[in-house]
Design a protein around this ligand. Structure first.
Ligand code: HMG
Ligand code: MG
Length: 299
């Protein structure tokens, strides 16, 4: 299959990235990050989560972040909502698109959202109904698609089954998450091939964590499988609080550099993206997790 001409990047740094940082991050710093990402040309930014602050304290200020960002027309500013309470809080904060998140492994579902996979899907049904009423789009996630920190191997057919349920209940797209970054390109191809047996490729996205350094290779394999939407995190921020050892998502700068090299359009300005990633890295006092940013900034 030939590579796509255009790819949509879903920037998850402010959510998937910052949710895993241990030190406090001010609302002002989060707002500045979202605004800089907007200015860099990202068309979709996952700004925060409306989850229990006892479970993920770092996302507690998400409503204030939404209240203060400079929204640009045509850009989607999304948030995670695990249940109706989260959906209602998101709605009150003026969120226009939410994401619900399920897992392909029972153990991860319990650790992450304290319920079984089927209970989580049941919890999403009223969200889907309320979202339809309010004209809110809903994206779906499936975690642990290429391995689970508690159960090990995950069957692609199980991923397909959960993804299919999310599509059937009304998610317009499902992002398949390699939460612990153990996937390799062959497994990635097999996964998308299996899931695409039930769901059109145009409704699937790839979400790769780079724990084992496989994320770019997995994205390339996904491109060859006809996938055109990828989640990434500026400066490679993040991880997952309920997946021990999970490092950040693949760095947005590194994905963009690869896509630019392949002549694939994204509408994103690499220099501005690097600047946004470097600033938040400095705020956090951590090394920039993007190889491209490190190379450019030391040149
Ligand atoms: P629970 O403890 O079973 O929920 O948590 P509960 O209904 O029994 O409520 C317990 C308390 O939480 C109550 O407060 C509720 O009001 C409150 P209390 O009476 O004790 O004071 N509560 C809430 N507060 C704020 N917002 C809410 C909310 N809901 C209940 N929405 C729950 C269940 C789902 C709430 C919890 O497990 C949770 O919040 N989990 C979130 C975990 C999370 O955010 N994980 C990271 C995101 S997923 C991810 O990173 C993977 C992804 O990137 C893809 C990939 O990489 O694979 C997407
Ligand atoms: Mg993730």
């Amino acid at each position: 299959m030939s590579l796509p001409q255009r790819v949509r990047l879903v920037e998850v740094g402010p959510r998937d990235g910052l949710q895993n940082e241990s030190q406090p991050i001010s609302v002002a710093d989060k707002v500045m990050l979202v605004n800089e990402l907007t200015d860099a040309g990202l068309g979709y930014i996952e700004v925060g989560s409306f989850v229990s602050p006892k479970w993920v304290p770092q996302m507690a200020g998400s409503a204030q972040v939404f209240a203060n960002i400079a929204r640009k027309d045509g850009v989607t500013y999304a948030a995670l909502a695990p249940n109706m309470r989260g959906f209602e809080d998101a709605l009150a904060a003026g969120v226009k698109e939410v994401a619900v998140f399920a897992a392909a492994s029972e153990a991860f579902s319990q650790r992450n959202i304290n319920c079984s996979i089927s209970e989580s899907l049941d919890r999403f049904l009223p969200i889907m109904e309320a979202a339809r009423l309010h004209g809110i789009k809903v994206r779906g996630y499936v975690s642990c698609v290429l391995g689970c920190p508690y159960e090990g191997d995950v069957d692609p057919k199980q991923v397909a089954a959960v993804a299919n349920e999310l599509i059937a209940m009304g998610c317009y797209e499902v992002s398949l998450g390699d939460t612990i970054g153990t996937g390799t390109p062959g497994a990635t191809r097999e996964l998308f091939n299996t899931v695409a047996g039930q769901i059109p490729r145009g409704r699937l996205a790839g979400h790769f964590h780079d724990t084992y350094g496989q994320a770019l290779a997995n994205i390339y394999a996904s491109l060859e499988e006809g996938i055109q939407v990828f989640d990434s995190s500026v400066a490679g921020l993040g991880g997952c609080p309920y997946a021990k050892g999970a490092s950040g998502n693949v760095a947005s700068e590194d994905v963009l550099y690869m896509l630019n090299g392949l002549g694939i359009e994204t509408g994103i300005d690499l220099d501005k993206l690097i600047a946004a990633g470097q600033r938040i890295s400095q705020v956090l006092g951590r090394a920039n997790g993007s190889r491209v940013a490190k190379a450019r900034l030391s040149a």
